[in-house]
Design a protein around this ligand. Structure first.
Ligand SMILES: Nc1ncnc2c1ncn2[C@@H]1O[C@H](COP(=O)(O)OP(=O)(O)OP(=O)(O)O)[C@@H](O)[C@H]1O
Ligand SMILES: [Mg+2]
Length: 320
């Protein structure tokens, strides 16, 4: 399989701050690679180096086997980029914005018109094609910006947090199209996200980045064990309720419940309990049973997906 991206010991230092620290990886053709990390991890800095916006402090980048220092223009023709801070021209229409991009790549008139129509339809923006972008919602702007990144049908697409801050419909549409582009056209995709679920459903391989370093890089299936055990179930009790400190002991005495639990915390005010588990839903029944039998009044029950902070703690604790 052909290598599309190869980076070796990539480092970027901004005035003494090491934003990207000695990062190396290879991405093969037709894969979706996800860089997952919290704010300030170094994701955007990595993308900006890979797309030739900024130069690395040290390290090498090869895209399609070409060294970025020597072949930047050639590489730029083959890649599409959705930047972190995407700005279409606000006083122009969606159509005009797409045409500007198409002309930048010297697309043939027929080709650009038919692709623009096809993508506007695909992204649900057909009826807004002649409207000025300044009236667009955040999700509409993002969808337009992705069309602009796709108009020259790049073999490699960089998406910097394509779905952050968007509503559920826009998120689903964008994820479906990313997947479809990859499956049907074998487009290689490099995306960043701080959403574990997004990385898990979309990517073939996920690198978890924090403070400029890659902590672990693996398939979502292999990372699932780390992700799922950091889900949690939180139960809040009526503050006038009785003592809840017996709950951990009770759950530990129930074999079927005990096997599901990786940790239990009681809140400082002793009015809530948080259970870390890979199966929050199955633990609701035993907790409800116990509470009922002991006259404890529940005020709320919440389940939480894995949080990045807990995933990091787990990786660090396990020396992963
Ligand atoms: N041009 C710059 N000058 C100085 N420091 C910068 C610059 N760009 C980024 N940084 C710093 O580098 C670090 C990594 O930033 P980066 O934007 O790459 O993180 P990120 O993972 O994309 O975060 P987010 O999820 O918030 O987008 C941060 O500490 C940031 O403040
Ligand atoms: Mg960023």
């Amino acid at each position: 399989m052909d290598e599309v991206i190869r980076i070796n010991k990539l480092t970027k230092v901004f005035n003494g701050l090491v934003a990207v620290n000695n990062v190396s990886f290879v991405i093969n053709e037709g894969k979706i690679f996800g860089l997952l990390g919290p704010n300030g991890a170094g994701k955007t800095t990595t993308i900006r180096m890979l797309t030739g916006i900024i130069e690395p402090t040290s390290g090498d980048i090869e895209i399609f086997g070409l060294n970025i220092k020597k072949h930047l223009l050639e590489i730029k023709e083959k890649i599409g980029v959705l930047p972190e801070l995407a700005n279409p021209y606000m006083d122009l229409s969606a159509w005009e914005n797409i045409m500007i991009m198409a002309d930048l790549y010297n697309l043939d008139k027929k080709v650009k018109i038919s692709r623009a129509n096809e993508y506007l339809e695909l992204f649900g923006l057909s009826e807004f094609r002649q409207k000025k972008v300044k009236g667009f919602s955040k999700g509409m702007k993002q969808r337009l910006q992705i069309i602009m990144a796709l108009i020259h049908e790049p073999r490699l697409l960089f998406l910097d947090e394509p779905t952050t801050g968007l509503d559920i419909q826009s998120v689903k549409l964008i994820r479906d199209i990313i997947k479809e582009k990859n499956v049907k056209e074998k487009t290689t995709i490099f995306l960043t996200t701080h959403n574990i679920a997004e990385a898990s459903v979309l990517c073939d391989r996920v690198a978890i980045m924090d403070k400029g370093k890659i902590l672990i890089c693996d398939s979502p299936i292999n990372l699932q064990k780390i992700f799922t055990s950091t889900q949690s179930l939180e139960i809040m009790f009526d503050t006038s309720s009785k003592d809840i400190s017996f709950i951990p002991e009770y759950l530990s005495s129930r074999v079927e419940a005990k096997e599901l639990i990786s940790g239990i915390e009681i809140s400082k005010d002793r009015d809530a309990i948080k259970i870390y588990t890979f199966d929050p839903v199955s633990l609701i029944a035993p907790v409800l049973e116990f509470s009922k039998a002991n006259g404890l009044k529940i005020s709320s029950v919440n389940t939480y997906g894995p949080s990045l902070e807990e995933v990091f703690l787990k990786i660090i604790n396990e020396g992963g």
